[in-house]
Every structure is written in structure tokens, then in C-alpha cells.
Design a protein around this ligand. Sequence first.
Ligand SMILES: [Zn+2]
Length: 256
Amino acid sequence: MICRVSNVAAWSLALLALLVTAPSAMAADFKVEKHVVGETLGGRPIECNVYGDGDDVFWLIATIHGNEAAGTPLVAKFVEWLEKNPQEVEGRKIVIMPVANPDGFADNVRFNRNGVDLNRNFPAGNWGAADVKPHGATPLSEPESRVLMRVLCQYFPNRVVSIHQPLNCVDWDGPADKMAEAMAAKCKLPLNKLGSRPGSLGSFVGTTLGRPIITLELPAEAGMDGEVLWKEYGDALIAALHYKHEEPAAAKAPAQ
Ligand SMILES: [Zn+2]
């Protein structure tokens, strides 16, 4: 009898130890780097957080247009999901910019403090092709777009998702049609190729660099509730994370 009681006590202790230690062991399973990669015109830090150190590089950006901010709480939920599923980070490097335009986010405006649309300020071949929005004096005239360019060059992701509002669709540039289909299959947003915007990140990554990039256009009424956003769009982000882009055979061949 005494022996049986002490066995039960031992098992209870072991179980308790497992419950206490398991979550922290999981959370520490991958490398996390939190960087301030630059500063806005208004003096705000621009953050870039990197999860994992594998070779498969995925870049996720929210709120390059400051008044299209639903991507920021959605990205925060994506990070929570990664922390609960550390195996998803294995072999990957997941580069996350939760607010690409912090001044615009604080001011609730599309532009930076120079009144420039950062998503028209990239050195794509079509920069300045249309004059409907301020694109900056030159490509990369703005400190915020230069920071984004530096992050892009440093990590050179093989796929990118940039979250916007309010056009309610999965848009893409470059060789991203299959990635767009995979994401649209996991949410209610329809596929809609909006066409390359002059000097946009989509034009630069998709057309100039030839890498897949998705412009995830959430609806105007998406809101800022992370739980609601995750329920609607979390699976689409996971599909983007899982998507494997195959380079065309010609691009793989070594230069002669
Ligand atoms: Zn936008």
C-alpha cells in the first residue's frame, strides 16, 4: 500500500515537471533576432524580426501604407503561431516587418512624412510611369524605402507577402501565380491580378528580381482584432509559408 502511494506521487511529480518545462523548451527551439533596422523621418524605429536561420527565406511585411494597418495585428498572430509551432521554423528564415511605415501608421495616412508613397519608391523599371501619386524625387529617395531595400538585399527572400487594404483580393507579381492560388484556397479573398503599380515593391521583387510576391489585399472592414484576422487569414499566411518556389531550370544553370 505504501509503495503504491509513493509511485503515484512520483508519477504526479514527473507529470508536473513535464507540464512546467514543456512550453519554455518549445519556445526556445529556434533562433530569434529582433533588430531595429532604421529610423523614419519622424524618428520612429523600423523593426525587423527574424525567426530561424534556415536557407528557405520568407519575408512578411505589414503596413507599408500606414492607413492599411490590419496586417500588423495579423502578423502578430502569425508570430504567436510560430512560437507555438517551432517545427515550422526548421529549415526556414522568416523575416517579419510588422510595421514598414511607422510614421504613416501613427498618423493613419498612406504616405511617409515627405508625403511619398513608399510602395511607389522602388527602382523597378516602371518607376515614375504614372503620375497619379507622389513617387518620390527618385527611386529610393526615402529613408524608409531604403531600409526595406537593405532588408531585401540582406536576406534575399525567395517569396514575399506584403499585406495591404482595402482591395479585397490576393494579387501577385512575378512568378507567384501558384503561390497566390495556394493562399486564395485558404481564405475568402478571390484571386485578382491588379497589374503592376509603378515603382511598387511588387513590381521590383516580382518583375525586376523575378521572385514571387503576393500583395494580400484585405477588405476595408477587416478591423484590428488579431483573433478575428487570424481566423480569416491565418491559413493563407501558413500556405505562403509552406509554399515552395521552384526556380525555372534556366535560372538554376551556372553562368558560362
Ligand atoms: Zn496599399
